[in-house]
Structures are given as structure tokens and as C-alpha cells.
Design a protein around this ligand. Structure first.
Ligand SMILES: Nc1ncnc2c1ncn2[C@@H]1O[C@H](COP(=O)(O)OP(=O)(O)O)[C@@H](O)[C@H]1O
Ligand SMILES: [Mg+2]
Ligand SMILES: [Zn+2]
Length: 143
């Protein structure tokens, strides 16, 4: 298990209070993401979606090729609300880009094999949902 229920509840409280002191990112469309004690906590921004449970189940069940990983992940349910706790991954955030073969890619362009893999798995390659570091490529958004 990664993270703990106390900090998951703390993330929910920060979300409800609009407290952004430990906010990691609001870039994503569906979750508000906090970094508490070095662990990532994702709170669903709306209540019509089940992004966190969907992500948790995907990360436990989708097989990945060598060199591609999901971070360690746990799901906490507090008063009926699902919170994801996830290992923090450092590295270069990448997303699908649309440069031609004639152009120099930016450092945040996702490798094409990673984009193809995400599409095969019905995951979104466009947001910054992959982080590349010396260990490999980490898919940090499987919702
Ligand atoms: N495990 C992680 N390690 C590092 N950064 C992360 C991690 N999970 C999310 N983030 C950051 O938070 C952003 C939004 O998280 P994400 O899971 O993509 O939410 P959404 O489902 O709303 O798109 C990511 O683009 C990334 O910058
Ligand atoms: Mg995302
Ligand atoms: Zn590119």
C-alpha cells in the first residue's frame, strides 16, 4: 500500500476548502492533484465521474511492455469518495506532439511507440500523462 488514509482525507479536505498549499497540478481535466509527504494524491474534481476507481483497476490489470510502468498505486475510499495515492515520479513530462519528420521535436514530445501504446489501451496520450526518466516511461494517468 502506498500513502495512507489520513493523508488521503487531508487531500479531500484541501480540495473542499480550496486550499492549494500542497497542490501539485490542476493541469489535468478530471483530477486535482496534491503532493503530501512526497506522495501524490488525486481527488476527483467533479462528481459525475469514477476516474479514480477506473484508474486503479486499469493500473492493476493492464499488462505493459518492458520499460513501461505504472507507478505504485492505492485507492482509499473516505465517506464514499475515492482518492488515489500514487508514487511520485520525477522526470520529463511528455505528451503526444504533431511535429513532422522535418522538425526538431521539443523535449516534451512523447515517443511515438508510447503514443501508440496509449491509444491501444484506450488511454489519453495528449495530456501530460507520461513521465520519462532513467528507469523508463511511467504512465501516470490511466483514467
Ligand atoms: N505519479 C505522479 N508523479 C508525478 N506527477 C504526477 C503524478 N500523477 C500526476 N502528476 C501530475 O499531475 C498532472 C495531472 O494528473 P493526472 O493524473 O493526469 O490528472 P487528470 O486525470 O486530471 O488528467 C499530471 O499531468 C502530472 O503533471
Ligand atoms: Mg491527465
Ligand atoms: Zn515532436
Amino acid at each position: 500500500m502506498i500513502g495512507n488514509e489520513t493523508d488521503a482525507a487531508y487531500a479531500l479536505n484541501m480540495f473542499d476548502a480550496g486550499d492549494d498549499s500542497e497542490l501539485l497540478s490542476m493541469d489535468g481535466s478530471t483530477r486535482t492533484v496534491y503532493l503530501i509527504g512526497g506522495i501524490v494524491y488525486k481527488v476527483e474534481s467533479g462528481d459525475l465521474i469514477n476516474a479514480n476507481r477506473f484508474e486503479f483497476e486499469n493500473m492493476l490489470s493492464i499488462p505493459l511492455p518492458v520499460g513501461v510502468y505504472f507507478p505504485d498505486v492505492s485507492l482509499y475510499t473516505i465517506n464514499g469518495r475515492d482518492v488515489i495515492a500514487m508514487e511520485y515520479i520525477s522526470g520529463q513530462r511528455v505528451a503526444e506532439c504533431y511535429c513532422t519528420d522535418m522538425e526538431e521535436c521539443e523535449s516534451d514530445c512523447a515517443p511515438r511507440d508510447i503514443v501508440a501504446l496509449m491509444e491501444d489501451m484506450n488511454l489519453d496520450p495528449c495530456g501530460y500523462n507520461v513521465i520519462i526518466n532513467g528507469n523508463g516511461a511511467y504512465i501516470i494517468d490511466a483514467a
